[in-house]
Design a protein around this ligand. Structure first.
Ligand code: KIV
Ligand code: ZN
Length: 498
């Protein structure tokens, strides 16, 4: 019988630490429910002491989710553990994830401490957390660069203190796959009582080796993997859930099974990408737009003769449906609702009405509405509560004319208009916008992506706007590139803290 590998998803904790990817509690619940449907075993729902928002999200996700264990992160600090235990009060299955840095540099520079003192703090934290919950996971931060002998002492001590899971993070993404695997093997060979706990991997992708390191860990005894959807996470991200799940499915000879329903991968990936405004790179393994697209003649010829010539997985196994219904202006509300539900977005009532109206407007401009268009419309609905709204935008541009923009804004019910010229329609529109929003701000990055193809296509725009030394992220989508850009700019402005 295959060995069971537990999947611990940290999209809502490590993934959500990415600047600009913050979700509100309602959106987090949506992601948590999608993760439950996907079949993850553990959802790391947040770091409750870090902010009231994180605390509240752990509370609400605990209430909303039934099967997965809900996990809350802490440092090895009693107050953190008290707050995490309180946040987890409604969870049907709960886990506290506590830990401390164990590498020489963390001990010396981060804690100005000694290995013995750190060991004592680790044991004390686990014992304290066990007062509140039966399931305590301990992380040895920067384990990737921790001396193996010392790491083994820490792991042994925390298991003795009551840790049920021990996490060996490669926090900086430094390890080579062979080194990470050897580290895990070393622990299995040298830690007394290691069979009393599950050993977990948590690999970052700074050198592009997160998934390889995770699989190397699994091949050496890891039985829980810490992953995120689309591999999102700080810096270059975390190990991606979909890659690990599909590697184990494609390499059955490894004899390891997960509870992941792989057919839910594509919809969960889209949901996270849309809610977090984080585009998936087209060549991303498993979930990128091009992951199953064969463009070279030789490949197309082979695939047409027999899929196995160039395909190691069936796109249907990850939930990519070639026969997805294309919606048109004649499609009804029920069809839109059904398609959104297939894509992992549940809408009803007023929300559905707003999306349906936007759908009809878009369907008037575009013959066929595809999944990405629908997700874009669902995403737009989220921004309808903004206090600054774009009422109208008119631009004149072309060869031999000075580009000019007239913009109308509604700011908390009051109407404003401004006109400006620029070196192009976007520049003119931004200048007009700045005449109304009179504060120092600078467009730091502008990314424009077509959603599908064709001149009637909608495009997605991501912007980064800096004000008072803080970067804010904005997103919008529209069939008009200039409107989408200004809407994205306004989305960022609406997030300004003061
Ligand atoms: O990367 C890391 O070490 C972490 C820990 C807090 C688990 O995210
Ligand atoms: Zn991490």
């Amino acid at each position: 019988m295959a060995d069971r590998l537990y999947v611990f998803d940290t999209t809502l904790r490590d993934g959500e630490q990415v600047p600009g990817c913050q979700l509100n509690t309602i959106e987090k619940i949506q992601v948590a429910k999608a993760l439950e449907t996907l079949g993850v075993d553990v959802i790391e729902a947040g770091f409750p002491i870090s902010s009231p928002g994180d605390f509240n999200s752990v509370v609400e996700i605990s209430k909303a989710v039934t099967w997965p264990t809900i996990c809350a992160l802490t440092r090895s600090v009693q107050k953190d553990i008290d707050v995490a235990a309180e946040a987890l009060q409604y969870a049907k299955r709960k886990r506290i994830h506590t830990g401390i840095g164990t590498s020489e540099s963390h001990i010396k520079y981060k804690f100005n401490s000694t290995p013995e003192e750190i060991l004592e703090r680790a044991v004390a934290a686990v014992k304290y957390a066990r007062r509140f919950v039966d399931d305590v996971e301990f992380y040895c931060e920067d384990a990737g660069r921790t001396d193996n002998e010392y790491l083994a002492r820490v792991v042994e001590a925390v298991i003795k203190a009551g840790a049920t899971v021990v996490n060996i993070p490669d926090t900086t993404g430094y390890c080579l796959p062979v080194e990470y695997g050897e580290k895990i093997k070393y622990l299995f060979d040298h830690v007394d009582g290691i069979d009393k706990a599950i050993i977990s991997s948590h690999c970052h992708n700074d050198l592009g080796m997160a998934t390889a390191n995770t699989i190397s860990g699994v091949m050496n005894g890891v039985r829980q993997v810490e992953v995120t959807i689309n591999g999102i996470g700080e810096r270059a991200g975390n190990t991606s859930l979909e890659e690990v799940a599909m590697i184990l499915k494609c390499h059955k000879h490894l004899g390891i099974d997960t509870n992941i329903n792989t057919q839910k991968i594509a919809s969960t990936s889209r949901l996270v990408s849309n809610l977090m405004n984080m585009p998936v790179q087209p060549n991303k393994a498993i979930v990128g737009k091009n992951a199953f697209a064969h463009s070279s003649g030789i490949h197309q010829d082979g695939v047409l003769k027999n899929l196995q010539t160039y395909e190691i997985m069936n796109p249907k196994d990850v939930g990519i449906d070639d026969n997805a219904i294309v919606l048109t202006a004649r499609s009804g509300r029920a069809a839109v609702r059904h398609r959104l539900s297939v894509l992992g977005v549940e809408v009803d009532g007023d929300k559905l009405n707003t999306i349906y109206e936007a759908f009809l407007r878009l369907a008037d401009q575009k013959k066929e509405i595809c999944d990405d268009d629908l997700l874009m419309l669902a995403g737009q609905e989220r921004t309808s509560a903004h206090h600054i709204k774009l009422e109208y935008l008119q631009t004149t541009s072309g060869v031999g004319v000075t580009p000019v923009a007239i913009i109308g804004l509604n700011i908390a019910g009051e109407k404003f208009e401004a006109t400006a010229s620029g070196n192009g329609p976007v520049d003119a529109a931004v200048k007009a916008l700045k005449k109304i929003i009179d504060r120092k701000m600078e467009l730091k990055e502008l990314l424009i992506q077509a959603i599908t193809r064709g001149s009637d296509d909608a495009c997605k725009v991501h912007v980064q706007v800096e004000t008072e030394g803080v970067i804010y992220y904005g997103f919008a989508a529209n069939t008009d590139i200039v409107s989408a850009t200004i809407d994205a700019y306004i989305d960022a402005i609406n997030k300004f803290k003061n």
